[in-house]
Design a protein around this ligand. Sequence first.
Ligand code: K1U
Ligand code: ZN
Length: 168
Amino acid sequence: MALLPILRFPDPRLRTRAAPIPEIDNGIRRLAGDMAETMYEAPGIGLAATQVDVHKRLIVIDISETHDELLTLINPEILECSAEAQVGEEGCLSVPGIYDKVERAERVSVRYLDLDGKVCLVQAEGLLAVCLQHEIDHLDGKVFVEHLSQLKQLRIKAKLAKQAKITA
Ligand code: K1U
Ligand code: ZN
């Protein structure tokens, strides 16, 4: 297993739309394991392959406090979104230190393949639903700050540029 470097907003590679995975081979299994290790170490509750500069449709999620409810989703697709919305505070490992409120669907149904290639369905609400929408956005090249106003996005970019200068 290996820890993978995470791209930071506004890196243009975060805007890449990820391609479907046609076959689940050992390379995909290794990537999924490395992504899980990277997510737990960060720490975070989700990670999309896009964030580690691999443009394939693969995400890992574990919202448990005990780190024993890992979900690995290959080619996830949102089948249904509830009309009811929720507004929750989001963070992102690609936008360190920035948290803000985003409106999302309260419930989603997501179809995906697991690591054995089995078709699975997850019906999620609350934080899991938020996390699924956030990670699938990454696969579509969208970072959560793009749900915020232009002014907020400019302020976030300025703050991150300042942080990068300090740590350089
Ligand atoms: O996609 C990512 O960058 C991961 C992100 C997922 C996420 C968080 C909150 C709402 C929606 C999606 C994170 O994990 S940010 C870190 C975080 O939220 C967290 C870290 C440790 C413990 C609990 C939460
Ligand atoms: Zn994120």
